[in-house]
Design a protein around this ligand. Structure first.
Ligand SMILES: Nc1ncnc2c1ncn2[C@@H]1O[C@H](COP(=O)(O)OP(=O)(O)OP(=O)(O)O)[C@@H](O)[C@H]1O
Length: 310
C-alpha cells in the first residue's frame, strides 16, 4: 500500500490587490505523487516554489483548493497517521514549558497511555528513541542546543505513533556538524519504526542522504520525478540540471547554474514555466505547456526537449 497518495493537488491563494480585484497565487498547481510504505520522497526546489504549501496540506494545516490526499488509503483527516517536523524547533515548542510537557501534551490530547506511570514511561521511551536521556525532561527549549531540540520535536511527532513524517527543511536551522547527526537519526528511525517520509528541502545534500525518490518542483509544478539515484546522477530536465549544477560531489558533468529570479506565482509564465530562465528554450516552450512524460528508464520529465536531452 502507498503511505501517501496525492492526486492533482492544488492550492491557490486569493489575495486582495489595491484596486479591488483579487489576485490568485498559484502556490501548488496540479501535483501528483505517491510514497510507497517505508520509502522517502524528497521534494526539492528553490524558495517559493510551493514545497512548504504541500507540507502544510499533507498535515491539514492548509486546505487544498483542488485534488485529493490519501494517507494509507484514507482520504479523511487522521491527525495521528501523519505528523510534521518543521524547520525551526524553537518556534515549534513553547519556550515557557518543559520538554516533559512537550512530550506529554500529544499523549494527553489523543488520550494515549493514560495514567501517570504509563505516560511517564512513554515519555522516557520517546526520549530514548531520539537518543536523549531523562535529564532533558525538566529543561526548557532555551536550555537545549538546536540539534537536541530538533530531536525533541521528532520525539513529539512520534508520540502519536504516526506512519508518515513530513519533514519540512528539518536541518535548515542546524549547524553543519549537527545536520549529519539528525540525518542519521532519521534514517535509523525510519528503519526501526517502518516509517515513510516526505522530505521537503532545498539542501540537495540532505536529499541525497535521505531520499529514495525525488520530485523537482518549479513554480507550483513538478518538472521531474524519479528514483534519487537516476535524478541526481543524470538529471534530465534543464531546471534539475541547473539546480544541481552548483552542488559539489555529484558524479557527472557540471551544468549551467541558475540565473535570474523565480517569476511571480501570481502570473506564472505561459507555456513551460521555466522557459524564461531555461538555457535550452525554443519558441514552442513559451506556447506549449509540457506534460510529465515517462522516460525509457521510468522517471517522469516535463520538457518539450526531453528527447534531445537524453
Ligand atoms: N498564506 C499565503 N497567502 C498568499 N500566498 C502565499 C501564502 N503562503 C504561501 N504563499 C505563496 O505561495 C508560493 C509558494 O510558497 P511556499 O512557502 O510553499 O514555497 P516554498 O517552496 O516552501 O518556499 P520556502 O522554502 O521559502 O518556504 C509563494 O509564492 C508564496 O509567496
Amino acid at each position: 500500500m502507498n503511505a501517501v497518495t496525492v492526486e492533482d493537488l492544488e492550492k491557490h491563494y486569493r489575495i486582495k490587490s489595491g484596486r479591488g480585484e483579487d489576485r490568485v497565487v498559484h502556490a501548488v498547481d496540479g501535483v501528483s505523487f505517491e510514497v510507497p510504505e517505508g520509502r522517502t520522497l524528497s521534494i526539492i526546489g528553490e524558495s517559493g516554489c510551493g514545497k512548504s504549501t504541500i507540507a502544510r496540506m499533507l498535515v491539514r494545516l492548509a486546505d487544498p483548493t483542488g485534488g485529493r490526499i490519501l494517507i494509507q488509503g484514507n482520504d479523511g483527516v487522521d491527525r495521528r497517521a501523519i505528523q510534521l517536523v518543521s524547520q525551526n524547533p524553537w518556534s515549534a515548542l513553547n519556550r515557557r514549558k518543559s520538554i516533559r510537557h512537550a512530550l506529554e501534551q500529544p499523549l494527553a490530547v489523543h488520550g494515549l497511555h493514560p495514567g501517570r506511570a504509563a505516560r511517564a514511561a512513554r515519555v522516557r521511551e520517546l526520549l530514548e528513541l531520539v537518543g536523549l536521556t531523562e535529564e532533558y525532561l525538566d529543561r526548557r527549549p532555551g536550555g537545549v542546543s538546536g540539534g537536541e531540540l530538533q530531536r525533541v520535536t521528532v520525539a513529539r511527532a512520534l508520540a502519536v505513533e504516526p506512519r508518515v513524517l513530513v519533514l519540512d527543511e528539518p536541518t535548515a536551522s542546524l549547524d553543519v556538524s549537527v545536520k549529519a547527526l539528525l540525518v542519521n537519526l532519521l534514517l535509523d528511525l525510519k528503519q526501526r519504526l517502518g516509517l515513510s517520509y516526505v522530505l521537503i528541502t532545498h539542501e540537495i545534500d540532505i536529499a541525497r542522504h535521505l531520499a529514495d525518490d525525488v520530485a523537482v518542483m518549479y513554480l507550483g509544478r513538478f518538472v521531474e520525478k524519479g528514483p534519487a539515484e537516476q535524478v541526481f546522477s543524470d538529471p534530465r530536465h534543464p531546471y534539475t540540471r541547473a539546480l544541481l549544477a552548483a552542488v559539489p560531489g555529484l558524479d557527472r558533468e557540471p551544468g549551467v547554474p541558475l540565473t535570474g529570479e523565480v517569476p511571480s506565482a501570481v502570473s506564472p509564465p505561459a507555456g513551460c514555466r521555466f522557459h524564461t530562465r531555461c538555457p535550452l528554450a525554443v519558441d514552442a516552450c513559451s506556447r506549449t505547456e509540457p506534460e510529465l512524460r515517462r522516460e525509457e528508464d521510468g522517471r517522469l520529465v516535463a520538457c518539450l526537449r526531453a528527447d534531445e536531452l537524453r
